[in-house]
Design a protein around this ligand. Structure first.
Ligand SMILES: Nc1nc2c(ncn2[C@@H]2O[C@H](COP(=O)(O)OP(=O)(O)O)[C@@H](O)[C@H]2O)c(=O)[nH]1
Ligand SMILES: [Mg+2]
Length: 246
């Protein structure tokens, strides 16, 4: 049994999925994995099923019908994790933009250093993004500044999707009230955790653009974030957030 589960959402990641699973399972600490696959036409799910024979205890697969967006996939994964006994729940991409070795740093921040949520952050010390086109780096960097300005959230990398949550955070945040699906989903999760009084810690990481497969994010996802942040802030004036139990 492990106290930690790594959620990996996938849509057409046949080039990456096997390697990322093996990389997580070769870490010095034991992590379990839940792959949340949105019916990838390229057969990502079938690869995971084959590997489950090799890792029957530690590799889990949730198959969903059709591409429903990153946020929906994670919400389903969070609920699954809560119905099992995991104390630490991680978000990680399948494409090696997030280095699986950094799971250990994210875990340490929550397990040993008092954080309730830790974030693998690209912008906590300079800009640590490798091989993204300059336009995308600038967009992501200034998007984070914009989010900080509008929401008051004191996090440098607000759209980061490499995270660790203590179980209590996911139990307290009302998951059914989380509405966004793309980058805005990542912002909404951090903002809600902050409003509930949880301690958030950023851990510096280097984000490397994928070498295999293609990005699934689109302009619509970006648009959702720009307006979504304003909505999030506005709605927060009228919402009573559940508080962290001490
Ligand atoms: N289940 C699921 N996974 C998704 C969806 N969209 C993206 N992903 C996965 O989310 C992760 C990040 O997506 P990616 O395309 O690399 O985004 P980028 O790094 O921002 O360009 C990858 O593991 C994708 O396979 C979706 O709609 N459903
Ligand atoms: Mg990616």
């Amino acid at each position: 049994m492990s106290d930690s589960i790594v959620l990996i959402p996938t849509y057409n990641e046949e080039e990456n999925i096997e390697n990322i699973i093996r990389a997580v399972f070769s870490l010095p600490k034991e992590f379990h994995i839940l792959v949340i696959d949105d019916g990838s036409p390229d057969g990502t799910g079938a690869i995971v099923k084959r590997m489950q024979k090799e890792f029957p205890e530690s590799l889990h697969l949730m198959e969903r019908s059709g591409k429903q967006g990153l946020g929906r996939a994670y919400i389903a994964g969070f609920k699954w994790s809560l119905s099992h006994d995991y104390g630490y729940v991680f978000e990680m991409d399948a494409d090696f933009s997030h280095n699986p070795n950094d799971l250990l740093k994210l875990y340490a921040a929550c397990h040993d250093e008092g954080a309730d949520m830790s974030i693998g952050s690209r912008y906590v010390s300079g800009v640590n993004v490798v091989n993204w086109p300059m336009g995308r780096v600038l967009m992501s960097y200034f998007a984070s500044k914009y989010v900080r300005f509008v929401t008051g959230l004191r996090v440098a990398d607000t759209t980061a999707g490499f995270k660790c949550y203590k179980r209590e955070v996911l139990k307290t945040i009302e998951l059914d009230k989380i509405r966004f699906v793309g980058y805005a989903f990542q912002i909404e999760m951090k903002f809600t955790a902050y409003k509930c009084g949880f301690i958030i810690k950023e851990v510096p990481i280097i984000f490397i653009n994928r070498e295999l497969g293609t990005s699934k994010m689109s302009g619509g996802i970006f648009g959702e974030a720009v307006l979504g942040v304003l909505k999030l802030k506005w709605n927060s004036f009228f919402r009573k957030y559940p508080k962290k139990q001490v």
